[in-house]
Design a protein around this ligand. Sequence first.
Ligand code: GSH
Length: 198
Amino acid sequence: LIELYDMPVSGNCYKVRLLFAHLGVAYRRHSVELGDRFERTELLGALNPALRVPTVVLQDGRSLAESGAILWYFGEGTRFVPVDRYLRAQMPQWMFFEQYEHELTIAVARKRLSYSDPPQVDGRLAELQAAGRKALATLDAHLEGRDYLVGDGMTLADIALYAYTHMADEGFDLSGYWNIGRWLEWIAAEPGHVPTTA
Ligand SMILES: N[C@@H](CCC(=O)N[C@@H](CS)C(=O)NCC(=O)O)C(=O)O
């Protein structure tokens, strides 16, 4: 069985669980808690030097980390990776955007506001929210007239961006982003979809 080191509230881990659900990949889930770094070293030290989740251990015992790399490993050769070379390259275009402009602002703002006790409401949060709104506006503009981020079918890019976008209401007002709202509903209606709580 594939072993998935996972954190229930993490959007990065949800990406992997969502792809696994779509592909019917059987796996065993090991959940870690937010901030539990000591336990993390014991658990992940030999598997992922960054001590972060998601981390998977493949059936042959090799480990793989970084949500995008894990999506790529399991997605290759499936309907979630376009065959056309240009579309295939557009997929990491959006996955890198997610990691650099979207996750780094939206996920961190969400954590400071909704998963810190007390919430870290300060100038840094305001900066993250401003940058997060810019990323959401970029995504919303790209989705104008489109059902999916790349080409005319769901790809790993939709899975990667769906995760923190559908959690962004824990820190952002999403009501003005009409295309994002429509796309979120569309991705959630895809057969095989599972919510974060699954
Ligand atoms: N770029 C990584 C980010 C992974 C990451 O930040 N994981 C968080 C949970 S969302 C984590 O393990 N945080 C624990 C820590 O930094 O101590 C990915 O896409 O997988």
